[in-house]
Design a protein. Structure first.
Length: 117
């Protein structure tokens, strides 16, 4: 009889333990003020990231314009005139990937802009 009692107690204990994992815990809702503060912080972070991104974009554009000018002029300073064919192939592939990434990024920005309206 003791075995049955022990099994019953263990079974009940296992069921209680399993139920505690399955039971949904109440979700604590954030207040309007908390949400507004969180949104304001995220907006500030986004503005900071955007300004850093714009700085980096300006640097990239300067380098691309310089290389394009050298390429059009046929200048010896051009990186494209100094590297082997394999490197040129890699540069071409990298530029194509970057172009595709930027097209996707622009589309994501458009969607985000619409979501802010």
């Amino acid at each position: 009889m003791n075995r049955y009692m022990l099994c019953a107690v263990l079974s009940i204990g296992a069921l209680c333990l399993a139920e505690s994992f399955l039971a949904k815990k109440p979700v604590k809702r954030r207040s309007r003020l908390q949400l507004k503060q969180e949104i304001s912080q995220r907006m500030g972070s986004l503005i900071e990231l955007s300004s850093k991104s714009l700085e980096r974009e300006a640097q990239i554009q300067q380098k691309l314009c310089k290389e394009l000018r050298y390429s059009v002029e046929g200048a010896k300073e051009s990186m494209l005139n100094r590297v082997p064919i394999k490197k040129l192939q890699k540069i071409s592939a990298d530029l194509q990937q970057e172009q595709q990434r930027r097209v996707r990024h622009q589309a994501a920005q458009e969607r985000f802009l619409v979501s802010l309206s």
